[in-house]
Write a new protein. Structure first.
Length: 70
């Protein structure tokens, strides 16, 4: 099983995407902000394990990307 996360802003696009996923036999789930942050922290931790160090700036950029901010 694989997981794909896509941040969609438009309610119309969300409906279209979920309808397409349903037709393809895929499942979708809406994540809370807390769940998005948890994923960001997990990604930062995993990256840190590989590189040895992750700066606070990198962690914050990852969290902002997850929240849809640039």
């Amino acid at each position: 099983m694989e997981l794909v996360i896509k941040n969609i802003q438009s309610p119309g696009d969300i409906k279209l995407f979920t309808e397409l996923a349903k037709r393809l036999g895929l499942t979708t789930a809406k994540l809370s902000m807390e769940e998005k942050e948890d994923i960001g922290f997990a990604l930062a931790i995993e990256k840190g394990r590989k590189s040895g160090y992750v700066s606070e700036e990198t962690i914050m950029k990852t969290l902002h990307k997850i929240q849809g901010e640039k």
